[in-house]
Ligand binder design. Structure first.
Ligand code: UDP
Ligand code: MN
Length: 253
């Protein structure tokens, strides 16, 4: 057991807790030897927090940070994502030497502990602009110095998309050109949008996915259904639900 390394996720609302519970169960199911920890903001309900404490090794309370950048967020079409600035508090988890951050809307399909062999900042390309990394899955080294430099960067430069991804990409700006070992294969962050943008590739390689990312406004736990015209995507959504029902036993009669 490598206590010095951890998978980290984040929730700022009770709704995203559903995703985080499923993610943590999926990491355990595939036998990770690392800690599984979560950052929560103080507004999370007591009930959600207790449920999280049952599944995660540690629950850390962090301050809510909001970019409040409605101009860039509306270009992105996701006004709700200013709070993802909270994500950068993961650099304060200095009790760990290395971590893998996973969005609460990701699902792990096999053991991915090999990610800890990578260094900061490793991430997979974003399908919308592959010279940017997608910030739903990334390897990082907690450091209070990096944390304060990130806060400073946010203050002085903001984020070009209003969320954490724009901020992190302009901070780690050498990612697209510097070191290919920091480019995670796309199968570590298979974004649902690829079924629209490159369906043949999805059909060819989708079954190799190690981490599925339900990026986009509609999540598996939303009341709207995930729009899937592909057998594989339906399979991923139903795997998410299978883990969900496993994570949430029915209430006793
Ligand atoms: N998040 C959260 N509360 C919110 C929005 C986002 O806790 O209201 C966290 C959560 O971990 C989520 C991550 O920030 O997975 C990034 O947001 P999201 O996954 O919705 O963005 P997308 O991947 O769809 O761009
Ligand atoms: Mn996401």
């Amino acid at each position: 057991m490598s206590a010095g390394e951890a998978f980290v996720t984040l929730v700022t609302t009770d709704s995203y807790c559903q995703g985080a519970m499923v993610l943590a169960r999926s990491l355990r199911r595939h036998g990770t030897t690392r800690h599984i920890v979560i950052m929560v903001t103080p507004n999370i309900s007591e009930k959600s927090r207790l449920a999280l404490e049952n599944v995660f090794d540690e629950v850390f309370t962090v301050d809510l940070m909001d970019s409040k950048d409605q101009v860039h967020l509306s270009v992105l079409g996701r006004p709700e994502l200013g709070v993802t600035y909270t994500k950068i508090h993961c650099w304060t988890l200095t009790q760990y030497s290395k971590c893998v951050f996973l969005d609460a809307d990701t699902l792990v399909l096999c053991n991915v502990d090999e990610l800890f062999h990578r260094d900061e900042l490793s991430a997979a390309p974003d399908p919308g602009w592959p010279d940017c990394f997608n910030s739903g899955v990334f390897v990082f080294r907690p450091s209070l110095l990096t944390h304060s430099r990130l806060l400073d960067h946010a203050l002085h430069h903001g984020s070009f998309d209003g969320g954490d991804q724009g901020l992190l990409n302009s901070f780690f700006s050498s990612w697209p050109v510097e070191d290919i070992s920091k480019h995670l294969p796309f199968i570590y962050n298979l974004c649902a949008s690829t079924i629209y943008s490159y369906l043949p590739a999805f059909q060819q390689f989708g079954h190799n996915a190690k981490i599925v990312h339900f990026a986009g406004a509609v999540k598996p736990w939303s009341s709207q259904t995930v729009d899937s015209n592909s057998y594989d995507m339906e399979r991923f959504t139903s795997l998410w639900w299978k883990e969900f029902h496993h994570a949430t036993p029915p209430a006793p009669e």
